[in-house]
Structures are given as C-alpha cells and as structure tokens.
Ligand binder design. Sequence first.
Ligand SMILES: [Ca+2]
Length: 403
Amino acid sequence: MTRLIFALVLALTPVGAMAQEESFDTWLNDFRPRLAGSGADPATVASMLDELEPDLRIIERDRSQPEFVRPLWEYLEIAASDLRVRNGADQIAARQGMLQVIESRYGVDYPILVAIWGLESSYGAIQGDDDVVRSLATLAWEGRRRSWAEAQLIAVARMIDNGYARREDLRGSWAGAMGQTQFIPETYLRRADDFDGDGRIDIWNNVGDALASSANLLSEAGWQRGQPVVVEVVLPVDFDLTSWNPRDARMTAEWSVRRVTRADGESWAADQLMQGSRLILPAGRRGPAFLTFSNFRALMRYNNSTSYGIGVWLLSERFSGRYAIEGEWPEDDPPISRSQTLAMQQGLIELGFDPGAPDGMFGPNTRRALMAFQRQNNLVVDGYGGRQIFDAVMGALSASESE
Ligand SMILES: [Ca+2]
C-alpha cells in the first residue's frame, strides 16, 4: 500500500513544489569544463555559457503533465485539419521540383515529408522562439533528464564548431526541438543534411535542408518508398481478439485469411499480402481498426507516438484528397484521464491483476492487465482505456469490496 500512496503523491505533487537542490551556477560551473573537455572550441563554450540564466518557465512546463488525454479523433481533426491540408497542398504545388528531387535522392515519399513538416512546425510558421542553449541548460540543471540535456548541449557545441549553424540561429521549442523539422541537437548532428551544399545545414530557414533532413532520418530508419504506411481495415464481427497483441507483426496474408478487409473496399495488393503488419485499435474494438506497416515503424523513430504516426499518415493521404477514415469513433467512450488511470491501476491491483506500479500513465503493462480483466469478465479484449471500461473495473472493485 505504501507504494500506492507514494505513486499518488508523486502524481499529485503540484508544479513548482519541488525545490532545486543546487544553484544554477553550481551546475554551470560543473558542466563548463566537461563541455570544454568534449573538444568544444573555447570561444564556442563562452558563446554558449557566459552570462547564461535559467528559464524558470521551462521547469514548470517540464513538470506539468496534462490531466486529460485528448481523444484520438479530436487530435486527428487538428493534425489533418482542412487548413493544414490546404496549406500543405499549396506547398506541394509550389515546390514540386524540389520535392521530387528529395524523394528520389533519399527514397522517401514526399507527401509524408510535407505532412511531417506540417505537423512539426505548420510548414515552418511555428518553430518555437526560445534560445535552445538556455532551454537545454535549464533542463540539465533541473535534473530530471540531466544526462540527456547535457548530451544535447555537447551536440550544440559541435554544430557551431562544424560551421553548420551559428550561435544566434539556435532557436526552438522550450524542450530543445529546433527549426522546421523540430530536430533535437543530437538528431541534427546524426541525421540533418545539407541539401543545397552551401556548407550550412539550415533547418530553420532553408526548406530544402529541412525536408532533406527529415528524409534522411526516415531513410536511415528503413523507409521503403512506395510501400504502405497504414491501411484502415474492417474486422469481421466475430473476429477473435483473444490472442491479439498490438505489438505482434503478422503477414498481411494472415490477416486476410482471418477475413480482415480493407476499409476502402479494395482487395489486398500482392505486395501488401507479403508484408508484415500490426493490427492496432487505437480507440478500442468499436473504433476504426488499422494495419500498420514497416514504414509506420520508421515514423515512430521521428516521434514515438501512435497518434502522431496516424496523424502524419492521414494528413499525407488527404493532400491528394484520397482518404478519410471510414470507421466511426466511439465519441461516447473517450480515453480516461490520468487520475482515472491511476485509480484504475490501483483497482486492477486490488482485483489481482498486474499493471505495474500505478503512475497514471496508460502504458503497455496497464493495457496487458486491462486485457486480462476483460478476458476474465467475458468482455471484448481490446485493452482500450476508455470511460466504459473504467466504470467496469471500478464496479468490479466495489462489488469485491462489499463481499
Ligand atoms: Ca544548406
């Protein structure tokens, strides 16, 4: 029980209630020789760290966890809104030649690159205007992700020393994501590419450099040009979810044998049948179903979020007017909040299931425990953390307590 109370206290600790154990200058004085020791030029170290002050707003933002989880259907309305579709289609019309060169040089379908660009920065319009060095230094001092933030600062020094970017260019989001592609510094060093060959990799102002950098990242992540990303599917009414795991890849031919059909009514292409795919039900059995292919896994290297991947895919499809999702979203069964998730995790433990340490985050362990609960109670085994299953778990809990 102590563990439960501790988790509850952690989840409910208000923003800013924790004090810094050391001053910013103490961290700075400790980090400065290590940055210099990484081989950074002394002038670069000075340009980054002299007179640097922490940005306290960033600590608040880093510690605030949203209570409510936005339903995927609402997220997709924003991610692939009519305005974002129209702006992307305009960009495609205006930059057709360049996009085709990038597509053939890196082997990455350009509508996906434009969709990433649209989601990351609204086609360059919203890149974040915080000083990335100051943001990362604040996160390093704050300590929750110190080694990550310090590694990013060392990468920043290398970006400057290599002449890829200038100190004054380094603007981005409060979390250190930079430019039109929202790359963090280590990703920039590893994957960003100088498309026009002028010696700088300007992901802030040069659209070619930015989109080529995204293409290079996806190419390195195994993108296969012309292959599917996501296909919406329809499951037969009696589809057996008992052995289903959203992480298991099967040959698409195997899904086809189990009477999984394309939602657009087309038949499976031969090359799709030969590829592995995963079945996901992001809003449970009542919502739309999707098969995700290996290109979807490449997208996850950009941002490890199923919602993001579906958003990128849907936006890319909508540029050519091809596709809207056919399945109906369960709008009466939205995802549960963090505190409901925490209560459900505690309830599952009381009922003898194992969701791991309760933390209010709906992760794979919680999903597995919820599926075990569904199986034991003869419910549909889809692992979806919506309002209805929350009520079912809490109902089972009060029934067991009154026994
Ligand atoms: Ca360049």
